[in-house]
Write a new protein. Structure first.
Length: 77
């Protein structure tokens, strides 16, 4: 008989990974950028520059996507 605790642990890790990747994929599909990827990139490639907070990052990405900052709304497509 398999070790039930080991089986449970593996199942819990698989479920957690599935939830993480499902949420990440859904966010990218609807246009919500990945803040963790941004932070990792900034720390790796631009360590001397400041990192935006999540609200600043989200606002900047929304403005870039919808061109709100240009005085017009162009939409996503």
């Amino acid at each position: 008989m398999p070790d039930l605790q080991n089986l449970f642990d593996r199942s819990a890790r698989a479920a957690g990974a599935t939830a993480y990747w499902t949420a990440r994929t859904a966010r990218l599909m609807i246009g919500v950028p990945d803040y963790d990827t941004y932070v990792t990139h900034r720390r790796t490639n631009h360590p001397d520059q400041p990192i935006m907070t999540y609200p600043e990052f989200f606002r900047e990405r929304q403005q870039a996507r919808y061109a709100v900052g240009n005085g017009r709304f162009r939409g996503c497509c």
